[in-house]
Ligand binder design. Structure first.
Ligand code: AMP
Ligand code: MG
Length: 389
C-alpha cells in the first residue's frame, strides 16, 4: 500500500515489492465462518494468511510448500535460521510429518492436544528444510482455537506459522496488532478477537530423554511432569530472575556469557516495542515509589513514560502523575497471572502507539506460568531490570 512506500528504511531488501497487497481483515469468530473457507483457499494457493490461535496470532502458509513458507520469512523479516512451528488440526496429521512417536508420547499428546504446547520431533522427509531451518527436527502444535483448526482442516495441509508480528516486535494478540505490522504485506487477516492466553506456546523437545522445555509457556514443567517424567527447563533459561539470555549490547542483566538456548528463536532480542523497557521487581509499594522517582527524572528531560502496573498502583499513579507525561495501564489485579499474560504484548504495543519514550513494568516472581511471562518481559526489556527492596 502506498502509505508505506516512501518511509521504508534504505537497504531493507525487497521491501517495496512486499507492500503490494490491500490487506483484508475478515471476521472469523467460530469454526464455520465463511472467511475461513476463503483463507483455506489462499493457503492452498501458496499465499499467506494471518489467523487467531489461543496463544497469539499466527502468520500461516502451507507448511509443505517451500515457496509459500519462504514468504513468511520475507513478510516478517525473520532470520532464516529461526525454524517455524507446523500446526495440525487432528492427530492423524502427525504421522507423516515425524519419524517416530512412541506409545507414551502418543498418549501424552492425546491428553495435551489441542493446547498451547508445541513438541519437537525428528522430522520426516516430507517436511521442507525451509520450515526447520535446515535442522533434522520439526516443531508441531495442535492449537485449541476452533478457528485455527477449521482453517487447517479446510486447507488440508499442516500450516507453518510463527507469530504474525514483524520480527523483533511484540507478538500480536488482536487482528489490529497484526494489521499494524502486516498491512500491505499479506492479503488476509482472520479476525477472531483477542487471544485467550496472549503468550506463545510452551516448546518441549521430546527427542531428548528426559524431555526439555526450550521455550516456557502457559504450561510449566510441573504440569508436564506426569506425562514426561523428569521434564525440565533448558538450563540456558534457568537464571536468577527467571529470564533468558538476550543478545543485545544494551543488556545490563547478569546473564551474559550463558550458553545459547537450543530453541533458535530464543537467542534474538524479541517482543520489543520502540520505547526502552525496564522491569521493576519487588513489593508493590516499593516498586511504585521507585517508579515515581524514576518517572520524574525522565519527565524533567521531556520524556513520556508508559506504566504497566497492577490495578491498585494504576489507580494511585493515575491520581499522582500528569496524564500528558504518564500513560498508565493496568496488568489486572496482582496475583491474577492469567490476566497479566493476556495483557503484556497488548500493552507494550499500546504504549508504543502513545509514543512513550520509556515503559516501566512491574515484574513478577518467575514461578509456574510466571517463568514464561517474565521471559517475554525480560526480552522486551533487553534484560534491563531493577530490584527494589
Ligand atoms: P514463533 O512461532 O515466532 O513463536 O517461533 C517459533 C519458536 O519455536 C521459535 O522460538 C523457534 O526457535 C522454535 N522452534 C521451531 N522449530 C524448532 C525446532 N525444530 N527446534 C527447536 N526450536 C524450534
Ligand atoms: Mg514470534
Amino acid at each position: 500500500m502506498n502509505r508505506f512506500s516512501d518511509r521504508e528504511p534504505m537497504g531493507e531488501k525487497g521491501a517495496a515489492e512486499e507492500h503490494r497487497f490491500t490487506t483484508q481483515v475478515l471476521p472469523a469468530v467460530n469454526a464455520s465462518a465463511p472467511a475461513i473457507t476463503e483463507a483455506a483457499e489462499r493457503i492452498r494457493h501458496g499465499e499467506l494468511v494471518a489467523f487467531p490461535t489461543e496463544t497469539v496470532y499466527g502468520l500461516g502458509a502451507d507448511g509443505l510448500n517451500e515457496e509459500a513458507v519462504a514468504k513468511i520469512f520475507a513478510a516478517k523479516g525473520r532470520p532464516q535460521d529461526n525454524p517455524l512451528i507446523l500446526h495440525i488440526a487432528t492427530l492423524d496429521m502427525l504421522d507423516t510429518l515425524v519419524k517416530e512417536v512412541t506409545p507414551a508420547q502418543y498418549s501424552a499428546l492425546q491428553r495435551l492436544w489441542p493446547g498451547p504446547i508445541t513438541f519437537i520431533f525428528e522430522k520426516s522427509d516430507r517436511v521442507p528444510e525451509r520450515v526447520t531451518a535446515g535442522g533434522s527436527t520439526v516443531a508441531i502444535r495442535m492449537p485449541t482455537s476452533e478457528v485455527a483448526r477449521s482453517l487447517i482442516a479446510q486447507a488440508k495441509t499442516p500450516i507453518a506459522a510463527p507469530s504474525a508480528n514483524r520480527s523483533g516486535r511484540p507478538s500480536p494478540t488482536t487482528a489490529l496488532d497484526v494489521l499494524e505490522d502486516m498491512d500491505g504485506r499479506i492479503p488476509l487477516i482472520l479476525n477472531g478477537g483477542a487471544c485467550d492466553i496472549g503468550v506463545e506456546s510452551t516448546v518441549v523437545d521430546v527427542t531428548e530423554e528426559p524431555a526439555v522445555v526450550l521455550r516456557p509457556g502457559y504450561y510449566p514443567p510441573s504440569m508436564l511432569e506426569k506425562f514426561f517424567p523428569g521434564v525440565h527447563l533448558d538450563p540456558a533459561l534457568v537464571l536468577l530472575n527467571g529470564s533468558s539470555p538476550v543478545s543485545t549490547e544494551k543488556s545490563t542483566s547478569p546473564e551474559e556469557g550463558v550458553a545459547p538456548p537450543k530453541s533458535p528463536g530464543m537467542k534474538y532480542r524479541h517482543y520489543a516495542p520502540s520505547a526502552e523497557v525496564t522491569i521493576y521487581i519487588g513489593e508493590e509499594k516499593a516498586v511504585e515509589s521507585r517508579m515515581i522517582h524514576d518517572f520524574y527524572a525522565l519527565s524533567e528531560k521531556g520524556k513520556k513514560v508508559g506504566f504497566m502496573v497492577f490495578a491498585e498502583a494504576a489507580k494511585e499513579l493515575s491520581l499522582l502523575l500528569p496524564p500528558e507525561k504518564a500513560v498508565i495501564r493496568s496488568l489486572g489485579i496482582e496475583g491474577r497471572i492469567d490476566t497479566m499474560g493476556q495483557r503484556i504484548f497488548q500493552l507494550l504495543r499500546e504504549l508504543d502507539r502513545h509514543h512513550c519514550d520509556a515503559i516501566f513494568v512491574h515484574g513478577i516472581e518467575p514461578v509456574g506460568y510466571g517463568v514464561a511471562i517474565m521471559n517475554r518481559l525480560m526480552k522486551a526489556a533487553g534484560g534491563k531490570s531493577i530490584y527494589v527492596s
